[in-house]
Design a protein around this ligand. Structure first.
Ligand SMILES: Nc1nc2c(ncn2[C@@H]2O[C@H](COP(=O)(O)OP(=O)(O)OP(=O)(O)O)[C@@H](O)[C@H]2O)c(=O)[nH]1
Ligand SMILES: [Mg+2]
Length: 401
């Protein structure tokens, strides 16, 4: 039946229908406009380069609260990160003590703890890990939405039970952490794949080791949980919708990257500036920074991405500074470096030149930032500049709509 505006005025049911349809039209128009303005920002880079940390900062900076189930997940992740870190340190330290006369346990109780606990800590770590990692990888890829805390087992009770397992270990971890041999292992963590965040968590262990502990923002951004699948998160930035797409950086996850290229406005490529002397988890023969450079090369020269703004983040500047200060020498892996190996600024500039050289077309300067993704203030400043670069690039599209 054809719609008659006159009848609609007198028939309340039809009038309501008309109003409803007008409202839907308005909403659709609004959504269409938003869709045209929507900026899709893809986060790329090898594993542990800081992609998910950057996304957490975006949520924090743009005023989003973490949900309760996410908070539980963070708490458990932090417990797992500490257990895993201590386990790796214990394992290596025990090997040094067992094999070399140079090293001994300074405290008898640490020696006893190590003897008794290595196996049970291993199994505890696996249990915690199973809880924090998503169950259904495939579902995540298909639904392409932000998916966190997937495991139905992850609730208040589970986390409180895990807290009961974690708390009695805290005093042992503190004793272990104070051992010289443990400090030696941690200093050489680039060989043993021990996360930098262990230092942060052990510095804060008294607070974390309290019953009813609730992670704060710095705890959350230091936590490590590798990304599986594709996670999208939309935030309103100065009235413009930004969709951040976070993918896993491990080799097994990189097939997903291609699926994200359509409709992308910008790529933020993260590389860890401190990884120059580290080996790849997936292939211990491969230098991490070389892997990162090779991936950058394939992205930056990709014809499909010719109109996409690609911005390089040389991340973990804080770790690089400490590392260089402690005597790590980039020359051991990159002998072509001719600067002062004790100068973080020169090392960063050299790394930047390595990435720049990967570009076939160097007629335009490479957009880049030196970042510390765990530092909210730093990321706030950097993102302001990045946002301008992205929006400037898309100015025409934004003005037209
Ligand atoms: N100190 C320091 N730690 C950082 C920085 N950026 C990231 N991290 C830490 O490095 C670890 C790995 O960071 P993620 O953000 O999970 O890395 P990712 O790139 O998402 O890794 P995948 O998901 O495996 O691809 C986490 O523990 C972070 O807290 C930084 O600038 N400084
Ligand atoms: Mg990640």
């Amino acid at each position: 039946m054809e719609y008659c505006p006159f009848t609609a005025c007198i028939d309340p049911e039809k009038r309501d229908q008309k109003l409803k349809s007008l409202r839907i039209d308005k909403q659709l128009k609004k959504e269409k406009k938003l869709a045209r303005r929507r900026q899709r920002v893809l986060l790329l880079g090898t594993a542990e380069s800081g992609k998910s940390t950057f996304l957490k900062q975006m949520r924090i900076i743009h005023g989003e609260q973490f949900k309760e189930d996410e908070m539980l997940l963070f708490k458990l992740t932090i417990y797992q990160n500490i257990v895993k870190g201590m386990l790796l340190i214990m394992r290596q330290a025990k090997m040094l003590v067992d094999n070399q006369n140079q090293w001994t346990w300074e405290k008898k109780q640490v020696e006893d703890f190590v003897e008794q606990q290595l196996r049970s800590l291993d199994s505890l770590n696996s249990k915690f890990y199973a809880l924090i990692m998503p169950l259904k990888k495939q579902t995540q890829i298909e639904s392409s939405k932000t998916i966190e805390a997937q495991d139905p087992e992850l609730n208040e009770t589970t986390v409180s039970n895990k807290e009961k397992l974690f708390l009695p270990l805290v005093s042992h971890f503190k004793s272990l952490w104070s051992e010289k041999v443990a400090k030696f292992v941690f200093r050489n963590r680039h060989i043993y794949e021990i996360d930098d965040s262990v230092q942060y968590y052990m510095d804060n262990i008294d607070r974390i080791g309290t019953p009813g502990y609730r992670p704060n923002i710095p705890d959350i951004v230091h936590s490590r949980r590798k990304t599986i699948g594709i996670l999208e998160h939309e935030l309103l930035v100065s009235q413009i919708p930004f969709v951040f797409i976070d993918v896993g950086g491990q080799r097994t996850e990189r097939d997903n990257w291609l699926k994200c290229f359509a409709g992308i406005t910008a790529i933020l490529f993260l590389a860890s500036s401190s990884e120059f002397d580290q080996r790849l988890g997936e292939n211990p023969k491969k230098n991490k920074m070389r892997e990162s450079l090779e991936i950058f090369q394939t992205i930056v020269n990709n014809k499909i991405l010719i109109n996409v703004a690609i911005i390089l983040f040389l991340n973990k500047e804080d770790v690089l500074k400490k590392k260089v200060g402690a005597g790590a020498n980039i020359n051991s892996e990159f002998p072509q470096f001719k600067g002062d190996p004790n100068s973080p600024e020169q090392v960063l500039q050299f790394e930047l030149s390595l990435f720049d050289e990967m570009r076939r077309d160097r007629s335009k300067p490479l957009f880049h930032h030196f970042t510390t993704a765990v530092n909210t203030d730093n990321i706030r400043v950097v993102f302001n500049a990045v946002k301008d670069t992205i929006l400037q690039d898309n100015l025409n599209a934004l003005m037209l709509h």
